[in-house]
Design a binder for this molecule. Structure first.
Ligand SMILES: [Fe+2]
Length: 214
């Protein structure tokens, strides 16, 4: 929605008595803030909400693509039978995230060039290495966080900031749910293979752990 259009809508609502004077003033302040102060997200000020969304999508896009590649290749060399389809499932999620992000960037008149990132390349080659154990690969993934909530919190913080592009807002909220599910599974698999303290109440951990030994 353009700023002019939003302003006209607000004015109409105010004149019709749908918006109180106080609500009208608050909305006007928000619109003016957008015009003068830009959109603040991820510790930076962007010229607009649209620019912040483009930057955000460009930032996560290549990581998702690397995740898809790494997990697909790991599934091919995975030695833990009960993990293979879980890895394939998450690889598919990462791959469709990339496709949806590319379509949204296209809708916004932007695109994302694949960027060289040596750290991502190292991650993909480690996850694809048949000589590294599945447990070490799980440890590598789960070493950087304690729980799934911590990982998706910044995504939801960004989602909360989005006020105009509701399409992007819904897309990112769904993406966060997928990431949450994937991370929970990695933590579960890591615990099941003995990589972390496991909850005795979780029978899935025990089933996966015993499948390991057969
Ligand atoms: Fe992801």
């Amino acid at each position: 929605m353009s700023r002019e259009f939003e302003f006209a809508q607000l004015l109409r609502a105010y004149r019709k008595g749908i918006l109180s004077e106080k609500a009208f003033e608050e909305e006007m302040t928000r619109l003016e803030g957008g015009a003068c102060g830009g959109f603040i997200a991820m510790g930076k000020t962007y010229a607009s909400e649209r620019d912040a969304i483009v930057a955000y999508l460009q930032r996560v896009r290549n990581g998702e693509a690397a995740g898809a590649r790494a997990l697909e290749q790991w599934a091919q060399v995975c030695k833990t039978d009960c993990m293979r389809s879980g890895l394939r499932t998450i690889a598919e999620r990462e791959a469709y995230h990339v496709r949806v992000i590319d379509r949204k960037l296209n809708d916004l008149g932007a695109r994302c060039e694949p960027a060289a990132d040596p750290e991502i390349d190292r991650f993909v080659s480690m996850q694809s290495d048949p000589n590294i154990s599945d447990l070490d690969k799980l440890r590598r993934i789960t070493s950087s966080f304690a729980n799934a909530d911590e990982v998706v919190k910044p995504i939801y913080e960004f989602v909360d900031l989005i006020k105009q592009d509701l399409d992007a807002k819904e897309m990112l909220a769904l993406w966060a749910e997928d990431e949450y599910s994937s991370i929970k599974w990695f933590l579960h698999a890591c615990a099941a293979l003995g990589g972390a303290a496991q909850s005795p109440a979780d029978s899935r951990h025990e089933a996966m752990a015993s499948a390991q030994t057969h």
